[in-house]
Design a protein around this ligand. Structure first.
Ligand code: BDP
Length: 671
């Protein structure tokens, strides 16, 4: 088993076991029926329909709360016959109902009396592909891009259908095809035709196509002298471009934009604001019902004192000035997808603007595809965080319930490539899965999601499922532990972000260097983000700011993110900070060793191919967890001059050895 079938184990090509009837004939309803007919027991009467069907309407079922995309599945009597009805207000709702029923069956439920209903809490549930037109994927660790730009639009690889089906099965309804570090070429007629071909494949699965837009495209493609959003010629160029795209893709989702960040062009190049830029693009897509996802990940040389403050500083004042079809897309934390970051202070700070949560599914800082790290707990931790405005949580900001926003969204930087198993490893598939499920409902919890994923992926054998879930649930914390716990961040090697480099201090800009983030010296360690330091804590709502301002009330897991404290600081454990930090490194390494043993224990219950690849990667992870631990400890000891607590194993090599372990060529990184 090469993992190609993901969590959808019923073979897509299996012969129909039962006939599933359809009321109303659309491609989407036919797909829903086909999914069910392969799986449901013979002899059952099943009906896939929308609420518009008179026979279904006559049943007076509670369709109103289902909105556009919700579903209900329930036993009814239709035309005098007991029937299992799978329905929604739209055919997409019915399709989601079909997949919910499949999930129900694969997790041990029975079909006959199935009663299921759900409505997505978030409207735009979107993958972001950082895929380049040359087939490489930025921060992609699962092979080259799924999109074969060369043979598109002629060849519609069946894999595109399988991709759409997998996404539909977890409720994802949009996909941004190209890298946020965008090339203008993706907006040329040649590439619009290719995107349109993909949109045609995705449409019946309820998935819209979006494109990352390069802000300077009017110059590069249109021959204009400027891309200033206030210039009428620029606005006219974008309007014509949008019209052209919508002629090819009538349901085109809209544009995603990374502007004035890491060298990308943007409105600030002309003294205009992010809102000026976003609103100009929004006006271009508005007549077609399109939207603009404008990223708040701004990273430029503006605040040398604390990079973590920049997005809030630039965007908070713009709250209320964005057009009504603009959403601002904010990373989960203020730096950059570290193994742990406190929630981004913009959540809760821009009540007049719909904020999209951006998670990174691909594990740029968590060991690429080779390390096992289930991100469900990371997603849950961020979404369940309290913003400090009453009972508001980050989830209630994202799902719009806090401010009654009409538009809401969640974005995940995809971990998908052309590898047979799509995501580089079986367990990485769980991160794609968990993203989809939490985008549908950001209040879902990581553990039940892990369980339902494992049941669908490995079968319902209790022992395998329990083992997989147990391994998964602590795996992200283990990465935090062996890469740097207690609120440390950004300690990785330069450029490719793989492996330890806490000593790096020689890069051109201060905030490129890990030493800028940990600020360790003989006396202490940590980044002071209180009043005596950068005062980034003031970006949070008062109750949260107050808690983070005091090391005594800051959760220890975030301590060094907000505070510079002494190595001898007393911790909750009764140990010193230094002793605790060392214990975390050991705990991380131990956890990986435990995962290996647990996985060994289910060898006979898992197919050989998936078992072996996972086992091999766990061995790699154990070796590299030790590398992280040893290199980090060797470095910290060189800074603080301290010995290791009694009984702790010393690093295998000296610091010079670890510093010499550099390499250049890694997947997903191009310089
Ligand atoms: C960082 C990545 C970089 C991305 C950037 C972004 O290192 O490759 O281009 O984020 O999100 O995490 O735009």
């Amino acid at each position: 088993d090469d993992g190609y079938r993901l969590w959808l184990r019923a073979p897509a090509a299996a012969p129909a076991a039962t006939t599933v009837a359809i009321r109303g004939d659309t491609a989407t309803l036919r797909l829903a029926a086909a999914e069910l007919s392969r799986v449901l027991p013979a002899g059952m009467t099943v009906m896939v329909a929308t609420a518009a069907d008179p026979g279904v309407a006559a049943l007076r079922l509670p369709f109103a709360p289902l909105g556009d995309e919700g579903y209900l599945v329930r036993p009814v009597t239709l035309d005098g016959r007991p029937t299992l009805l799978v329905a929604g207000n739209s055919d997409r709702g019915a399709l989601y109902g079909a997949f919910a029923l499949l999930r129900h069956l694969a997790t041990g439920g029975t079909a006959a009396k199935a009663t299921l209903t759900s409505t997505p809490k978030v409207k735009l549930r979107v993958l972001n592909h950082w895929d380049n037109l040359d087939g490489t994927v930025e921060r992609g660790y699962a092979g080259v891009s799924l999109w074969d730009w060369w043979t598109l639009p002629d060849l519609k690889d069946p894999r595109y259908t399988d991709y759409a089906r997998a996404n539909a099965s977890i409720g994802i309804n949009g996909t941004v095809l190209n890298n946020v570090n965008a090339k203008a070429d993706s907006l040329t007629p040649r590439y619009i035709a290719k995107a349109a071909a993909l949109a045609d494949v995705f449409r019946p699965w309820g998935i819209k196509v979006y494109l990352s837009a390069r802000f300077s495209a009017p110059i590069e493609l249109g021959g204009l002298k400027t891309a200033d959003p206030r210039d009428p010629q620029v606005a006219a160029w974008w309007k014509a471009k949008a019209d052209e795209i919508y002629r090819a893709i009538p349901d085109f989702g809209g544009f995603l934009v990374k502007a004035n960040s890491e060298g990308q062009p943007g409105p600030r190049d002309y003294g205009a604001s992010h809102a000026d830029g976003a609103n100009m693009l929004a006006a271009a897509v508005k007549p077609h019902g399109g939207i603009v996802l404008w990223r708040a990940f701004v990273y430029a040389e503006t605040d040398p004192e604390d990079r973590a403050k920049q997005a809030y500083t630039e965007f908070k004042p713009l709250d209320g000035s964005f057009a009504d079809n603009v959403l601002v897309q904010v990373k989960n934390g203020a730096i950059d997808f570290q193994p742990r970051e406190p929630f981004h202070p913009l959540f809760g700070a821009m009540p007049k603007t719909p904020l999209v949560m951006e998670f990174q599914i691909t594990k740029e800082y968590l060991g690429f595809a080779t390390h096992l790290a289930y991100l469900g707990p990371l997603f849950e931790e961020v979404l369940s965080a309290k913003t400090g405005r009453g009972d508001e949580t980050v989830a209630s900001v994202v799902d719009g319930s806090s401010e009654r926003h009409r538009l809401t969204g969640m974005a995940g930087v995809a971990n998908i490539g052309r590898d047979r198993d799509w995501s580089g490893s079986t367990f990485n598939q769980a991160n794609w899965y968990a993203f989809g499920r939490m985008a549908w409902d950001p209040t879902l919890k990581a553990e039940p999601i892990a369980r339902e994923w494992a049941q669908q992926t490995f079968g319902t054998d209790r022992r395998v499922v329990d083992t997989a879930v147990a391994m998964m649930m602590g795996s992200r914390e283990a990465v935090v532990d062996y890469t740097g716990a207690l609120g440390l961040a950004h300690l990785m090697a330069t450029g490719h972000h793989y492996g330890p480099g806490p000593w790096v201090a020689d890069l051109k800009r201060p905030e490129w260097n890990p030493v800028y983030y940990h600020k360790a010296d003989r006396a202490g360690i940590g980044f002071d983000r209180t009043k005596t330091g950068s005062d980034a804590v003031a970006q949070y709502a008062p109750p949260v700011a107050k808690r983070f301002a005091d090391p005594k009330t800051t959760p220890e897991r975030d301590l060094l993110w907000f505070h510079h404290v002494g190595w001898d600081r007393k911790m909750a454990s009764g140990r010193t900070l230094w002793e605790d930090l060392v214990a975390h490194y050991d705990r991380g390494v131990t956890y990986v060793g435990d995962m290996r043993r647990q996985w060994d224990g289910v060898r006979a219950q898992v197919d050989a191919e998936r078992w072996q690849k996972t086992a091999t990667y766990l061995a790699v992870q154990e070796r590299e967890a030790r590398w992280w631990r040893d290199a980090s400890l060797a470095y910290w000891m060189s800074v603080n001059g301290r010995a290791l607590p009694a009984g702790v194993a010393p690093p295998a090599h000296d610091l010079a050895w670890y510093k010499a372990q550099s390499f250049r060529y890694v997947p997903g990184h191009h310089d």
